[in-house]
Design a protein around this ligand. Structure first.
Ligand SMILES: [Zn+2]
Ligand SMILES: [Zn+2]
Length: 330
């Protein structure tokens, strides 16, 4: 399952927190790092982040990064992966190097920075023990998919923000579910053995009600594959007819679309001029892509609360399953 939370306040900096929970393992993904966004997650969650994905490096998306870096700069458990568009390596390395490093040689901690271009993904590893001075090249990666693991995959599109802003889509792998009718027919009582049944890394047999059962035939009889959940994160981009057309096939069928709604439709000209979108443009994108639901965030603080509510009404008239993050209480 995919759990998510939009971080930050309405009209303030925002970010997105995603947990892909397979039942056996939890993968933690953070999208952007605005000011004051990550604090509520707590250090234990932040120390377990697998990937930090930046859309782009405008201040409102990176101002909270120092807090993240402070918690993870010398993490020993696993490297920190950072992703972003053109210039990500320069900008990240400048931030890493902007501290005084004089007691770092014995510390361990690796950061792998991935830079997403139109036609390729470059990557380099930087070490705290070297004060992040050296870029060790890593093998180049693919755009499609950006990440292809057994539990989830990530694909991207480069949006137009007068420069690239990276949009991310996360798709969970197929889920294994126990068919309730077949379980009832089998006469077996549910218990901890279900976990072993669903975990394909476990082989051999399990004990159920005092009797040993071979796992493989049991899996064939009881398990069924269900499509996994999906979520997409799009922020800071210009959206017109041709962009909508380009994005619809990529977003088709996505369960949750987290999308900027910087401007009200009345300010469409301003949105275009500033390379942002309006709430109704975004709702039209959600409608045409047939997503499960649309969550609007990254609202302009130029508007009072009643205009935000009006923007939500405008969006719902086009795509009814639209909401603001529930914690905003708007
Ligand atoms: Zn921006
Ligand atoms: Zn922004």
């Amino acid at each position: 399952m995919i759990e998510h939370a939009v971080l930050g306040r309405a009209g303030g900096d925002n970010a997105l927190w995603v947990r892909v929970n397979t039942g056996q393992q939890i993968h933690r993904l953070l999208f952007d790092c605005g000011s004051g966004c990550i604090g509520p997650l707590g250090s234990a969650e932040l120390q377990a982040v697998d990937h930090l994905f930046f859309s782009h490096f405008h201040m409102d998306h990176v101002a909270g990064f120092d807090g993240f870096f402070r918690i993870n700069f010398n993490r020993e458990t696993k490297p920190v992966h950072v992703w972003g568009p053109d210039q990500t390596m320069d900008l990240m390395q400048h931030r890493f190097r902007s501290f005084w490093w004089n007691l770092h040689e014995q510390q361990t901690g690796s950061w792998v920075v991935h830079e997403i271009h139109e036609d390729r993904v470059e990557a380099a590893r930087m070490e705290v023990s070297e004060a992040f001075a050296v870029r060790h090249p890593e093998p180049p990666g693919l755009m499609e998919p950006l990440i292809d693991g057994p539990d989830y995959r990530v694909t991207v599109r480069l949006l137009d923000h007068r420069g690239p802003s990276v949009a991310y889509r996360v798709d969970e792998g197929c889920r294994l579910n126990v068919n309730p009718e077949r379980l009832a027919e089998s006469g077996l009582r549910p218990g901890p053995w279900i976990q072993s049944l669903k975990n394909l890394e476990v082989s051999g047999s399990v004990e159920i009600q005092g009797q040993a059962w071979e796992l493989e035939p049991l899996r064939e009889r009881l398990l069924e594959r269900a499509p996994g959940a999906s979520i997409a994160y799009l922020t800071d981009f210009r959206l017109d007819e041709s962009w909508t057309e380009k994005l619809v096939p990529w977003l088709a069928g996505c369960d949750v679309l987290i999308c900027e709604a910087q401007y009200a439709q009345a300010d469409a000209a301003l949105a275009l001029q500033n390379y942002h979108s309006t709430s109704t443009q975004v709702a039209e994108l959600a409608r045409r892509a047939g997503v499960g639901c649309l969550e609007l965030f990254h609202l302009s603080r130029r508007y009072p609360e009643f205009i935000w509510k009006e923007m939500l009404r405008e969006a719902r008239a086009i795509f009814p399953r639209t909401a603001f993050p529930s914690v905003w209480n708007l």
